[in-house]
Structure formats: structure tokens, C-alpha cells
Design a protein around this ligand. Structure first.
Ligand SMILES: *Cc1c(COP(=O)(O)O)cnc(C)c1O
Length: 499
């Protein structure tokens, strides 16, 4: 199967090429030529398969130039119990009749990014071998928190790769920062950048566009690549778990073959929910995809009106991984709903770049409305939902998952739609523990407590152990203390790489 650029100018490439290149040379995102279809009986058959077998079957349909053995090796290296602390990898938890949570955070960094970033390095190395790339790959990441750590864990000690993460000096949580500055591995580099996430991101973008720097790297046998969700290799592994969740519901006899489900996803860059859309286009019986946002509600408005407008105030919220105004993966959805009309998509993306605004046609809007429902909630509602979910079900959601639960409850109340719902849970409650603690504990208990102390209080109040990956952070030694500025990033990279 070939992959096209969503902007239609670059020529089609194979899966391995799409994964090695990351982004098309015309600036578009790679999209599959056709969407593979599940066959009658596939979902029933998968009931007796484990997560690795399900992953192998689904990935085979997308990665045409990989051999079965190659995919099997990638899958087995990623989804095993030395990397994930749950044998089901992405287990479903039943909260109530017709309400299920899929926990996507049993990987090493306790956020759903691991579901893709544990396998991406293996897909990338295999793609490099298939396409005959001779340079070693340098992965550059600007992170607002979760992606950086997940990329470090995914790529650490992987041959022929190096990973360099820039995080904003102001703007990551204490836990997130410690996760990164204590990172182990022989090919990992971390630097704080003075300023906020936009400064770090702008610096990385400048380097990707700098031909002189690329030439300097190439002379040393190195080549830059990206691990963020514009890479198809990060998106395709996310399709697996939605199909797996449906199969688990069949297996538990919660649904019958063909029954439709709703899928609720706390959304930022639109990667995770887009994977659910591809699963539905493969033939997974999905009624609505519910796109949940925090007060950065640009997607809610887009789904409701067909207008995308990034010219608005940016809010810093307690669900920071969704604090985003440009959702890159929406471009892939636009390409699908316009039936691969790359000219139209390119036009809208140009308007977005020039004016920060675009409006889609009525037909595309109505296709989106048939598949998606959008909603958002405030920080106060998020804390309220954590409190209520704990009280009602003794289940502790993180702040992002709570946004999804809140938006789903409003959807169910206003529409009366009680079809079974799968809510994607994107982080462990301890990853955003100080906010979760605020929901559960009294202000007096919280006063003047350092973050790690709050985690201990939360743990004893909820009777849930702090995951070892977070508990151990306090005692790990700091290995990365580089501080740089956006302008000095090229020199920082050169020093890291010894070139
Ligand atoms: C990245 C992230 C999200 C948003 O996912 P997108 O694919 O960017 O929409 C939601 N929750 C958490 C915890 C995340 O780390």
C-alpha cells in the first residue's frame, strides 16, 4: 500500500518511506491510499488473541513493505511485560453499565504516548533498513511534557538512533521535569530551554528548516527525524487499541457482534481520536467519536461550526497535554472527508498559516458532524468530575481523562444515547497528581506541600500505590542539567553530538 501526501504535491511513498521521512516534502502529512477493511469474523476471531497478536494482524494491513517477521519483532519488542506493567497492555475497566475506561498508561512513562512511542523506534529502525538509509537518525523533540519522556524511554539504547529533548524551563510539572532530567541511556540528551513551550518548539522548527545544519549533520553521517504525531509510525499503533477494546467488550459479552459503541477521547493534537476514526473506517462498529477538550476549545467550535480559528486566548489548564491551538492531525481528517481532495486541504492549511483561520465547505462539515461530537469543560468541572468519579465508582481518573468523562456525561444527558462507551484514559492519576490531589484533599492538607509530598498524601487517601516509575524519581540522580536558549539550540545539539 502507498501513502499519499495530504497536500498532494509530493509523490506517493511506501510505508517504510513514510515512517523514515516523517513528514512529506510538500509539508503535508502521509495518509494511506486506501483504508484496509476488517473482514467478517475478524473481530470474533481476535477474542482469543493477546494484544501482540491483535497488533500484528492490524499492522500487517498498513505496513505493506514490512515482512510478517519484521512486524512481529517490532510488536514483541514493544508490547511486553518488561515495558508495560499490565499483561493486557491496554486493559478495559468497567465503571458502570455501558461505561468503560480503557487505560492507555501502563507503559514506562505512565501516559498514553507510550502506546506509540514504545514501538515507533522499532518501526523506524526497520524502515531505515528497508529503505536503505545509511545515516544514523537524530530524533529532535520539543516537548510540553509527556512526549519528551516517552520519546526518551522509547529510543534509549536503540542502535543507530540518538534522541535530543528540549523542554521549556518554565512550563513542565515537577514530576515531568524529574522524569526527563534523570533519564538513563547511552544515546539520550536533554536540555531546558529558557522560555515557554512555543520558544522550544520554534527553535526545533528552525533547525528542521536549516539546510546548512542538515549538511553539517550529513557530513557526520547523521540525519534528523521527528517523533511527534505527524509521523504515521506514531499514529498507526494507536488504531490497534480501539479495535482491541471492542474485541474485549465482545469477549466479556458486554456487546454482541455488530453492536455500535461510542468512543470518547481527551484531545489535543487530534492524533489519538484520529486513530479511532481510522478504526471506524476499517469497519469497527462506531456510533460517535466524542472529542473532549479543555477550555482551549478550538476543536469543539470546529466540529460544531466548520470554522477553525486559532486566533484566541491560550489558556494554561490542569490538563496541560491538551493545551494546544493548532491540532496538526486534523489535516488528515480533512483529507479523508473531502475524499482525498489535496488541493482543497492545501488551501485550508495555507489560510491557517497566513490568517490563523479557515472554514470548510458544508458537505465536509456534515460528514464530520455525522462521525464526531465535540465538547469541552473548565478546570473547575474537571476537578469536580474527579471528585464525583472517585465518590461514585472509587475510580481515580487523571485530569485529562476527567475532561473526557465530563464531556461524555453531558453528551449522554443531552442526547439520551446510552450505547456502550469506551473512554480513552490517557494518563495515570499520579502523573498529574498535584491537580488530582486538589480534587480529593482539603486545602489545609495541601498547603505548602512539595509535589512529591502531595503524591504520598494522594496515595494514602485513595489507597492506591504510587507507580514505581514515579516513586523512584525522587531518589534518582540528575544526569542532565544543560540549560540553553532557543537561539543557541544548534550549538547545544552540536556539543551533544560531538560534531
Ligand atoms: C498527548 C496527550 C493527550 C492528547 O492527545 P492527542 O493525540 O494530542 O490528541 C491527552 N492526554 C494526555 C495525558 C496526553 O499526554
Amino acid at each position: 500500500m502507498n501513502y499519499f501526501s495530504s497536500r498532494g504535491i509530493s509523490s506517493p511513498v511506501s510505508a517504510a518511506q513514510a515512517i523514515t521521512m516523517g513528514i512529506a516534502s510538500d509539508g503535508g502529512l502521509f495518509v494511506p491510499e486506501t483504508i484496509p477493511q476488517l473482514k467478517i469474523g475478524d473481530l470474533e476471531n481476535m477474542k482469543s488473541w493477546n494484544y501482540r497478536q491483535r497488533a500484528l494482524y492490524i499492522l500487517q494491513q498498513y505496513l505493506g513493505d514490512f515482512s510478517r517477521q519484521e512486524i512481529e519483532l517490532c510488536v514483541n519488542s514493544a508490547y511486553n511485560q518488561s515495558r508495560f506493567n499490565h499483561e493486557k497492555i491496554a486493559p478495559l475497566v468497567r465503571l458502570d453499565k455501558g461505561l468503560f475506561i480503557q487505560e492507555l498508561w501502563h507503559g514506562p512513562t505512565l501516559a498514553f504516548k507510550d502506546m506509540a512511542l514504545q514501538i515507533l523506534p522499532h518501526l523506524l529502525i526497520t524502515s531505515m533498513r528497508i529503505t536503505g538509509v545509511t545515516e544514523d537518525i537524530v530524533i529532535l523533540v520539543a516537548t510540553s511534557g509527556d512526549t519528551g519522556k516517552a520519546a526518551l524511554e522509547g529510543f534509549k539504547n536503540i542502535d543507530r538512533t540518538k534522541v535530543i529533548v528540549f523542554y521549556p524551563q518554565e512550563g513542565v510539572s515537577v514530576v515531568q521535569k524529574r522524569q526527563m532530567i534523570t533519564q538513563e541511556g547511552n544515546n539520550v540528551y536533554v536540555a531546558a530551554v529558557a522560555g515557554n513551550f512555543d520558544d522550544a518548539q520554534a527553535g526545533v522548527k528552525r533547525i528542521f528548516a536549516d539546510n546548512n545544519f542538515a549538511a553539517r549533520l550529513q557530513a557526520e553521517g547523521l540525519k534528523l527525524s521527528s517523533a511527534n504525531s505527524i509521523n504515521w509510525g506514531r499514529l498507526v499503533p494507536q488504531i490497534i487499541y480501539y479495535i482491541s477494546a471492542y474485541v474485549d467488550l465482545l469477549d466479556a459479552e458486554e456487546i454482541k457482534p455488530g453492536d455500535k459503541v461510542n468512543i470518547v477521547v481527551p484531545t489535543g493534537n487530534f492524533g489519538n481520536i484520529l486513530a479511532a476514526y481510522y478504526a471506524s473506517r476499517m469497519g469497527l462498529p462506531v456510533n460517535r467519536l466524542i472529542c473532549a477538550s479543555n477550555s482551549n476549545n478550538v476543536l469543539t467550535e470546529f466540529i460544531n461550526t466548520g470554522s477553525y480559528d486559532r486566533n484566541r486566548e491560550f489558556h494554561k489548564t490542569i490538563s496541560p497535554s491538551m493545551d494546544i491551538l493548532i491540532s496538526s492531525n486534523l489535516e488528515r481528517l480533512l483529507y479523508e472527508v473531502t475524499d482525498h481532495d489535496a488541493d482543497r486541504v492545501r488551501g485550508w492549511m495555507q489560510e491557517l498559516a497566513e490568517k490563523g483561520y479557515y472554514e470548510i465547505d458544508d458537505n465536509s462539515r456534515s460528514i464530520i458532524r455525522q462521525n464526531f461530537q465535540g465538547g469541552y469543560c473548565s478546570d473547575e468541572d474537571t476537578l469536580d468530575t474527579i471528585r464525583k468519579t472517585w465518590k461514585q465508582y472509587r475510580y481515580l481518573p487523571d485530569t485529562h481523562t476527567a475532561v473526557a468523562l465530563n464531556v461524555y456525561e453531558k453528551y449522554r444527558n443531552t442526547t439520551g444515547d446510552t450505547k456502550p462507551a469506551i473512554v480513552a484514559s490517557t494518563a495515570s492519576p499520579f502523573k498529574f497528581g498535584s491537580s488530582v490531589a486538589q480534587a480529593l484533599l482539603s486545602p489545609a492538607m495541601l498547603e505548602n506541600k512539595p509535589d512529591f509530598e502531595l503524591l504520598k498524601l494522594l496515595s494514602s487517601a485513595a489507597g492506591i500505590e504510587i507507580p514505581t516509575a514515579i516513586r523512584d524519581l525522587e531518589s534518582l540522580s540528575v544526569r542532565h542539567n544543560t540549560v540553553t536558549t532557543a537561539m543557541e539550540m544548534p550549538e547545544t545539539i552540536a556539543r551533544f553530538l560531538n560534531i
